[in-house]
Design a protein. Structure first.
Length: 216
C-alpha cells in the first residue's frame, strides 16, 4: 500500500481515541472511506497485472486481548468483516488470541478499530454495578451497528454504494479471504452460536443504549 495512504489511515486511527466523540466518529468514518477507496484502486491494479506481488496480498495479523469474554470475540469478528477481513480466534488463560486475515493495511486497521471499540466498552462499564452484563449489552449493540454499516455498504441497491462499487469489492475480497484460510488452515471447525447469559437485565439494557454513543 502507498506509504502516504498508510500514514493518513494511522493518523485517523489515532484521532479515534480523541475525547471529542464527534471528532473520533468522523475520523473512524474517514478511515473506512479511505481504506475502501484505496482497496478499490488496488483491486483494479492487481486485476491488470495479477503477477505483481504487493503488500495488498492476503496474509494475517495476530493480536491478544486480556479479556476472555465472548462479547470480545463477537466484536472483533464484526469489526474485521467491516474492514474487508476475516476473523479466527483461540482463547485460554482468560485471554483471547485474535487472528485477523486480510491485506496488511486492512488487518492493521481492523485491529486498531477493534481495540478502540473494546477499550471504549471497558471504560464505560466502570461505573456499572454489573460490568459483565453492561459490557455484553454494549458490545452486542455495537456489533448490531457495525453489521448494519457493512450491510449498507454491500447493498447493491443503494445509490451511494453503487458509485463506489463497494458491493463488488466486498465480494471479491471475501473470495480471496476464503481461499487464504483454506490454503493456510484447511477446513476449520464452526462453533455453534448460543445465547448470552445475562445476569443483570438493567445493566445489559444500559450497555445497549451506551453502544449508540461510540463513534464508528
Amino acid at each position: 500500500m502507498n506509504i502516504k495512504v498508510v500514514d493518513k489511515i494511522q493518523k485517523l486511527l489515532a484521532l479515534t481515541e480523541s475525547s471529542n466523540e464527534h471528532e473520533a466518529a468522523l475520523a473512524a468514518e474517514k478511515a473506512h472511506e479511505l481504506l475502501a477507496e484505496h482497496n478499490l484502486s488496488m483491486a483494479q491494479v492487481e486485476s491488470a497485472n495479477k503477477s505483481q506481488k504487493s503488500k495488498e496480498h492476503v496474509g494475517h495479523t495476530s493480536a491478544t486481548s486480556n479479556l476472555g469474554a465472548r462479547w470480545v470475540r463477537n466484536l472483533w469478528q464484526a469489526t474485521a468483516r467491516l474492514y474487508f477481513c476475516e476473523y479466527l480466534y483461540n482463547r485460554g488463560n482468560h485471554k483471547t488470541y485474535h487472528t485477523v486475515i486480510g491485506s496488511e493495511a486492512n488487518t492493521v486497521t481492523a485491529c486498531h478499530m477493534a481495540e478502540y471499540f473494546t477499550q471504549s466498552i471497558v471504560k464505560m462499564s466502570k461505573d456499572s454495578s454489573s460490568q459483565g452484563s453492561f459490557r455484553t449489552g454494549c458490545a452486542l449493540g455495537l456489533v448490531r451497528r457495525i453489521n448494519e454499516l457493512r450491510r449498507l455498504a454491500q447493498d447493491k441497491s443503494t445509490t451511494a454504494t453503487n458509485k463506489s462499487n463497494l458491493p463488488a469489492l466486498y465480494e471479491q475480497t471475501q473470495e480471496q479471504l476464503n481461499s487464504y484460510i483454506s490454503d493456510t488452515w484447511g477446513e476449520l471447525k464452526n462453533v455453534p452460536s448460543r445465547n448470552f447469559s445475562i445476569a443483570d437485565a438493567d445493566a445489559y439494557s444500559a450497555g445497549r443504549k451506551a453502544a449508540n454513543t461510540i463513534g464508528l
